[in-house]
Design a protein around this ligand. Sequence first.
Ligand SMILES: [Zn+2]
Ligand SMILES: [Zn+2]
Length: 173
Amino acid sequence: MHVDIVPVGDVNAAVKREASGGLRSVYECEVTVHDAHTIPEGSYDESRKQYRAEEFIDLAKRVGSGTKNIAVTPKDLYYHRRNYVFGLAYLGGSGSVISTYRLRTSSDGGFSNRSPGEIFSDRVRKEVVHEIGHTLGLEHCDNKRCVMNFSPTVREVDVKEERLCGSCQRNAL
Ligand SMILES: [Zn+2]
Ligand SMILES: [Zn+2]
């Protein structure tokens, strides 16, 4: 598998590095990081002050040439009725997106002994691995430690680990 990372907007080098590192370590895939792209035109919702996640996925598919393609953006994303999303992917598709916007929000309340920077990096890694998992056909997993566990807030992101549980590993396409 080859994964293309498409930075959209001003994505810093550390985020690109963590995203690549997470994907390589979990999927043992090749990773290509593209040059930055501008925010997809028309993706901004004036009334919500947020961006539509689907349009970032479309951009990732259009620009990327990997088996799987993931847009990474600092912009705040939403999808349908959800207030916000950390990321989005269609089951078994080739495109996906993550937003770092809300992964920065707060520390983990002392849950780990990690610094705020390390906690943020861990979240980025877990969320890219999670969204690529969906593109590999994986749905949400009940195992709270599994990276495919549904994480509506950073609390759940911090509890899960940067890896697929045994059952998700077997079920990945
Ligand atoms: Zn998910
Ligand atoms: Zn699992």
